[in-house]
Write a protein that binds this ligand. Structure first.
Ligand SMILES: NC(=O)C1=CN([C@@H]2O[C@H](COP(=O)(O)OP(=O)(O)OC[C@H]3O[C@@H](n4cnc5c(N)ncnc54)[C@H](O)[C@@H]3O)[C@@H](O)[C@H]2O)C=CC1
Ligand SMILES: O=C(O)C(=O)C[C@H](O)C(=O)CO
Length: 266
């Protein structure tokens, strides 16, 4: 028996919203395993910063400005990548936003904006890459889900609705396109240190830790926040031939939060 390989040599990956944060770390990990990296972000300034950061890491990434909620722009992006770089083998739907607003104070427009970036966009980008994956005979789609694909909490109704929906979109892409050798899986990161979660870790005026920061550490059996590096191995696995029979699965990389009932009061 031959061990299926974790190498991404010869593969072309598109990671959305990957100038920094989780997307950047995943893209760097994939590049180290041999993949050619394409990424997009919403502004030229971010793309330029991203290209410089990849360069510093020794990676020649192809960066593009594209808003993932704009279907015409996404279709043009995928056509450009196919022409300039080649057919995309691996798509990581990473771009995302959060709005922390109590539900009854949130406007419908704010709710829609979150759904648009976190749920509609993965549909739009996946739809744009799947036809060429079918022609090529294989493809990997990784959707960056969340703890909020399973759990709710105060103030994140739109985000939880979107990430719960993304979990089901993942299972549905697997159901519709598995027969074409396309695997669509999700990664559900726990609480990870990135700009998105920075407000939850801000020091208090007296220098003490943010109560949410302490709450997360107490809820996580690993007793720490995750780092973007924690997500790299799982992403490489789901992008590689080693996961060819893994489909429609959400891999939670959460230090054990979902397994844990929480510390009993002392
Ligand atoms: N940080 C965390 O604890 C967790 C994050 N996630 C998810 O992981 C993904 C990445 O998160 P982070 O790196 O923490 O976020 P971040 O806020 O640090 O980075 C998000 C990236 O997406 C880009 N982006 C936002 N809207 C876009 C649009 N319309 N078009 C193109 N690019 C756009 C941003 O410019 C940025 O580069 C998101 O989907 C997030 O919901 C999931 C679970 C935990
Ligand atoms: O609860 C919040 O506030 C968050 O920022 C949620 C995290 O980004 C997340 O997705 C945890 O999985």
């Amino acid at each position: 028996m031959e061990l299926k390989n974790f190498s991404l040599e010869g593969k072309i990956a598109l990671v959305t919203g990957a100038s920094y944060g989780i997307g950047f770390a995943i893209a760097c990990g994939m590049a180290k395993c041999g993949a050619t990296i394409c990424f997009n972000d919403i502004k030229q300034e971010l793309v330029d910063k991203g290209i410089a950061a990849y360069k510093e890491a020794g990676i020649e990434a192809h960066g593009y400005v594209c808003d993932v909620t704009d279907e015409d722009a996404v279709n043009a992006l995928v056509a450009t990548i196919e022409k300039e770089v080649g057919v995309i083998d691996i798509l990581v739907n990473n771009a995302g936003i959060i709005k922390r607003i109590p539900m009854c104070e949130m406007t419908a427009a704010q709710f829609r904006q979150v759904i648009d970036v976190d749920l509609n966009a993965p549909f739009i980008v996946s739809k744009a890459v799947i036809p060429s994956m079918i022609k090529k005979g294989h493809g990997k789609i990784i959707n960056i889900c969340s703890m909020m694909s399973e759990l709710g909490r105060e103030t994140v109704s739109a985000y939880a609705a979107a990430k719960g929906g993304l979990k089901m979109l993942t299972k549905n892409i697997c159901s519709e396109y598995g027969e074409y050798n396309i695997q669509c899986n999700g990664i559900g990161p726990g609480y990870i240190e990135t700009p998105q979660t920075a407000p939850l870790r801000e020091r208090q005026p007296d220098g003490s830790r943010h109560p949410f920061d302490q709450f997360i550490v107490s809820k996580t059996p690993a007793a720490r926040w995750g780092t973007t590096e924690d997500l790299v191995g799982p992403a490489v696995f789901l992008a590689s031939d080693a996961s060819d029979f893994v489909n429609g699965h959400i891999l939670y990389v959460d230090g054990g939060i979902l397994a844990y009932i929480g510390k009993q009061p002392q």
